[in-house]
Each structure stands twice: as structure tokens, then as C-alpha cells.
Design a protein around this ligand. Sequence first.
Ligand code: SAH
Ligand code: DHB
Ligand code: MG
Length: 230
Amino acid sequence: MDRVSLPALERNRQVKDYICTHFSEDPIPMQNALKASEKAGLKEIQVPQNVAKMLYMFTLLVRPQRILEIGTLGGYSTLWFAKALKGGGKIVTIEMEKAHAEVAENNFALAGYEDCIELRLGKAQEVLQELIDAKEEPFDLIFIDADKESYPLYLELSLKLSQSGTLILSDNLIPKRGEIGCPDPRDNEALAIYEFNQAMRDHPFLESHVFPTIVGEKGRVDGLGVSIVR
Ligand code: SAH
Ligand code: DHB
Ligand code: MG
């Protein structure tokens, strides 16, 4: 019998489990990074394995020389980017919490990536402005995954650090709460995310889409933003 009666979420969870088991098992350094992050008491809000593998695949496609990440946490997603660089290229990752940064730096060193990853400690808005003011070379791939209220600002600043062909990825484009596409006007995170979605869709220099992802223990649907700078 077709098990159509399975609640949709349970089915999503099974799809996620299947993909994680068969296509996106964590390599040892990523497993170790997650263990160290948990031990240090970091919140488990890194991208799930299936989304990490998407970041990795996009990075292999783009072959970036320079990657910018906004929101490091314990460095789990950073390690996936580093793996895709295969020794060629550089990652700048921004984190404001010293405790997170310390765990991440340690994880980078243990994985042997300390030379290709530069962690910038500070508020993303300020570090991004510093990068712009210093006329840093543009980045080829940018991953936005920090505080949701600032996503619209991060898009603007990211564009100033981009060039034609830059790929801008963005996590969590489907807010947890509220009606889809119609956030509670008091929910600032959700409002900002939908504002970001509209901005990336309507921006004259961007070609954008939202790829559905399955996240969390329950198999909720979220979205990964994919924008190409024209
Ligand atoms: N990209 C990581 C997860 C990042 S979680 C991964 O998938 O493995 C979001 C991180 O952004 C947290 O560590 C949080 O401390 C950091 N953060 C939140 N607001 C920030 C801000 N304004 N500036 C810099 N970092 C910020
Ligand atoms: C949460 C998840 C995320 O991917 C993130 O970047 C921030 C928060 C969360 O589940 O709370
Ligand atoms: Mg996220």
C-alpha cells in the first residue's frame, strides 16, 4: 500500500535521513567539529548535512578563489567550503561571539585548514564595511547565515564585495513561524527574511531562486537562497 497517510513532516524527515545517509555523510573533520561545538555548548544551528553538501556542490561548481561567510558558529559550514577549495583559494568568515570563534579556530586547525581560513571577529556589519573600505578584492562566493534581521543589509553590503559571476548563497529563507509568505507584522526576523527574498528577486543585478531544503529533527521545509550576480 502506498503510505500516503504518513504525515507530511514524517515523510520529509525520512527523505532528509535518506539523503544524509546516502549522499552527505560528514567527513571526520566535520564530525569532530560538531562534537567539539556540542562540548563547548554551542547551539546546534549549523546547516544540516544535506544543506552542507549543497554548499559543497555549489562551491565545486563555482570554483571560487575567494569565499566570504557571514556567521561562523563552530565552523562546520566553513569546513565544507574549505574541503571544496582543495587547497586553492581563501575563506574569510565573520563571527561576533568570541566563544564561537575560539571553537571554530580550533576546529580549523585540527582539520589542517588554518592557512586558508581567516576568521574576522566582530559584528558582521562592521567587518563587511571594513572589507569594503579596505577595497578588498571581490569574493566569488558569499554565504549569508547570521542574524536574520540584518539579511537585507548583508545583501547590500555583499553586493559591494561582489563581481560579475559571484554566487550569493543565503540560509533560512523560509521563516519558522507564521504563514508562508505572510509574516506576523511583529515578527522582525520573518519580516526581514521576506524583505530579503523580495530584494534578491527584484534586484536588477541578481538572478535569484530559493531552493527548498529539509531541516531540523522534524523535517521542516526551509529555503536556501541562490543568487548569481550578473
Ligand atoms: N554558518 C554556520 C552557522 C552560523 S549560525 C554553520 O552552518 O555551520 C549564526 C552565527 O552568526 C552564530 O555563531 C552567531 O553568533 C553569529 N552572528 C549572529 N549575529 C551576528 C552579527 N551581527 N555579526 C557577526 N556574527 C553574528
Ligand atoms: C537557527 C537556524 C539557523 O540555520 C540559523 O542560521 C540560525 C538559527 C535556528 O534554528 O534557530
Ligand atoms: Mg542558518
